[in-house]
Design a protein around this ligand. Structure first.
Ligand code: HEC
Length: 248
């Protein structure tokens, strides 16, 4: 019994520590996009950008407007007036009117549904992708994060037009080739570079949220779980002290 109590104590004492370490390890390279899914204002702005500039091509068919309203602290009226431009109803999913065949004919590739992209690619990737469109030599759009992407730079009016500056790089095979070193903004957009960064961050945040809407609750619950474990550790410690008093 004594032994059991001791092991129980050790196991419980280690638990909260273990989860804290796991959280810390899991978040090593997050944050560099500065995305914060608990920032409701950022999610609201991201949703607005999304329905205006992305939903024409990309559905988020796992997401319902009423769920969006609840999670983003919006009323049904606010959602229906500001976020729904189709004949979709409040309880419906965020679908698009374009069929896959039409999309393929227009873009050569159907724009993927972005329901899970926030999870698959991560917010940092999305943040980088949206800021990495540039005008290439052919006069068309290209993207360094997704080279030869079939997607046009839909936010170019906000961002402006950036052109690549190349540098020479020698590969393992001894050949030198031009690689893009950085971009220069050759035509300014309606937003300053800082404002556009925020726009890209808001959209990335929105897609990270839609990738797993329950994460808003999950993270809130996590805090309570840790508090509970801390309290339980304390109780277990008292129990241990009680048992050992008999021994001494
Ligand atoms: C005119 C149609 C169109 C619009 C509008 C559009 N996209 Fe795209 N998007 C595409 C197409 C086509 C692809 C496929 C690109 C490829 O794989 O070459 C794509 C690909 C993507 C991808 C890459 C998905 C993946 O995992 O490979 C992301 C992310 C994305 N779009 C985000 C957005 C966002 C955010 C917006 C709004 C700011 C947007 N798109 C607006 C057509 C569009």
């Amino acid at each position: 019994m004594k032994k059991l109590a001791k092991y129980l104590f050790i196991a419980v004492a280690l638990l909260p520590g273990a989860s804290v370490v796991a959280t810390a390890a899991g978040s090593t390279h997050v944050e560099s996009s500065g995305v914060n899914v608990n920032d409701t204002a950022s999610l609201q702005r991201g949703a607005k950008w999304y329905v205006n500039y992305c939903l024409g091509c990309h559905s988020i068919s796992y997401m319902r407007y009423n769920r969006l309203a609840k999670d983003l602290g919006l009323s049904e009226d606010q959602v229906m007036q500001n976020l729904v431009f189709s004949d979709a109803k409040f309880g419906e999913t965020m679908d698009i009117a374009m069929s896959e065949e039409q999309a393929k004919a227009w873009f050569g590739k159907a724009p993927p549904d972005l329901s899970l992209t926030g999870r698959a690619r991560g917010a940092d990737w999305l943040f980088a992708y949206l800021r990495s469109f540039y005008r290439d030599e052919t006069g068309g759009w290209n993207n360094t994060v997704l080279p030869n992407a079939a997607m046009p730079n839909v936010l170019w009016r906000q961002q402006g037009i950036q052109s690549p500056v190349y540098r020479q790089e020698t590969g393992d095979n001894g050949f030198t080739r031009d690689v893009i070193d950085h971009f220069v903004l050759t035509t300014p957009g309606s937003q300053s570079p800082e404002e556009f960064e925020q726009t890209a961050r808001d959209i990335a945040a929105f897609l990270q949220y839609t990738g797993e809407p329950v994460q808003l609750e999950r993270k809130g619950i996590g805090v309570w779980v840790l508090l509970f474990l801390a309290l339980f550790t304390f109780i277990a410690y008292l129990l241990k002290a009680e048992y050992w008093r008999d021994v001494h």
